[in-house]
Design a binder for this molecule. Structure first.
Ligand SMILES: NC(=O)c1ccc[n+]([C@@H]2O[C@H](COP(=O)([O-])OP(=O)(O)OC[C@H]3O[C@@H](n4cnc5c(N)ncnc54)[C@H](O)[C@@H]3O)[C@@H](O)[C@H]2O)c1
Length: 256
C-alpha cells in the first residue's frame, strides 16, 4: 500500500531520529522526500537509506538551517523549480539545548537559540510553505511539538516554552488557512520520550532511563517509527478532515 503515493514532502531535520524515520516511511509509502538538515552527513545518510529501499519514492538532500529565512526561501524555490510542487511539510527540526536548564540558570543566549530553531523555524516553515502548498492544489503541514507542551518542564525551560508555542501556533495557522479557504491543513504531533540522539542527551545513563521508564504507563520508550506513523497519517489524505488538532504519541504519559 502506498499511502503517500505521488506526494512531494519536505522533512526538516531529517538527518537523524524522528525526521529520518519519517522521511524513510514517507518514501516507502511512495512520496518523493526532500530531506533537509544542518547536518550534511546525516542528511546524506538518510537519502542513502531511502535509496536502498525497494520500491517507494525517491529522496534528495538540501542543506538548511530552519531558523534562517534565506534558507527557507532557497529550499522552497528549489523544490518548485525541481519537483514543481509541494504537498507536505514536516517541521521536525528541533534542539533541546544543554540539560538540565532551569529558568534560573538558563541564559538569554540559550533561550534565544532554542526559540530561534524550535519556534522561529516553524513560523518560517509555515510562512514559506503555505504558498507553495496552496499553489500545488493544497497540502498538509505537521509541526513537531512535544509532550512538553502540556506539562511543566523544570529542567528544560526554554524547550518547554518553545513546544507550547508550536502547539498554539499550529492552531493559528490551521484556522487562518481554513477561514481563507486555502486547502492547507496544519496539525501538531506530540511525542513522549523517544531514544533518539536528542532523547539520549536528556537521559544519558541507564539509571536515568530506568527512572524515566517507570513513568511511562505502557512501560517502554517509543521509537522514531512510532512517531513517523502518526506523521504519515497526517500527511496522507486519510486525514483530510483533520486540522488544528494535537496528536499525542507518548505511551500514555499525558493521560496520568
Ligand atoms: N526525542 C524525543 O524524545 C522527542 C520528544 C518530543 C519531541 N521531540 C521533537 O521531535 C523533533 C525531532 O527530534 P529527535 O528526537 O529526532 O532529535 P534529533 O536530535 O535526533 O534530530 C534532530 C535533527 O534536527 C537537526 N537540526 C537541529 N537544528 C536544526 C536547524 N536549525 N535546521 C535544520 N536542522 C536542524 C539536527 O541536526 C538533527 O538531525 C524535535 O522537534 C524534537 O523537539 C523529540
Amino acid at each position: 500500500m502506498e499511502r503517500a503515493a505521488g506526494k512531494v514532502v519536505l522533512v526538516t531535520g531529517a538527518g537523524s531520529g524522528i525526521g529520518r524515520a519519517t522521511a524513510r516511511l514517507l518514501a516507502a509509502e511512495g512520496a518523493t522526500v526532500i530531506v533537509t538538515d544542518v547536518n550534511r552527513a546525516g542528511g546524506l545518510e538518510t537519502v542513502q537509506q531511502i535509496g536502498d529501499l525497494r520500491g517507494g519514492g525517491g529522496a534528495r538532500f538540501e542543506e538548511q538551517d530552519t531558523s534562517r529565512e534565506a534558507d527557507w526561501k532557497r529550499v522552497i524555490d528549489d523544490i518548485l523549480a525541481r519537483e514543481g510542487r509541494l504537498h507536505g511539510l514536516v517541521n521536525n527540526a528541533g534542539i533541546a539545548g544543554p540539560f538540565p536548564s532551569t529558568f534560573e540558570n538558563e541564559t538569554v543566549e540559550q533561550w534565544q537559540r532554542i526559540l530561534s530553531v524550535n519556534v522561529q523555524g516553524v513560523f518560517l516553515g509555515c510562512k514559506y510553505g503555505v504558498p507553495a502548498l496552496r499553489g500545488s492544489g493544497g497540502g498538509s503541514i505537521v509541526n513537531l511539538s512535544s509532550l512538553a507542551a502540556f506539562l511543566g518542564t523544570p529542567d528544560l525551560s526554554a524547550y518547554g516554552a518553545s513546544k507550547g508555542a508550536v502547539r498554539q501556533f499550529t492552531k493559528t495557522v490551521a484556522m487562518d488557512c481554513a477561514r481563507k479557504g486555502y486547502k492547507v491543513r496544519c496539525n501538531s504531533v506530540h511525542p513522549g520520550v523517544i531514544l533518539t540522539p536528542m532523547g539520549e542527551g536528556i537521559l544519558p545513563s541507564d539509571k536515568a532511563k530506568e527512572r524515566m521508564r517507570k513513568h511511562i504507563p505502557v512501560g517502554e520508550f517509543g521509537t522514531p517509527e512510532d512517531i513517523a506513523y502518526g506523521i504519515l497519517y497526517l500527511i496522507s489524505d486519510e486525514s483530510r478532515f483533520v486540522t488544528g488538532t494535537e496528536l499525542v504519541i507518548d505511551g500514555g504519559m499525558n493521560a496520568i
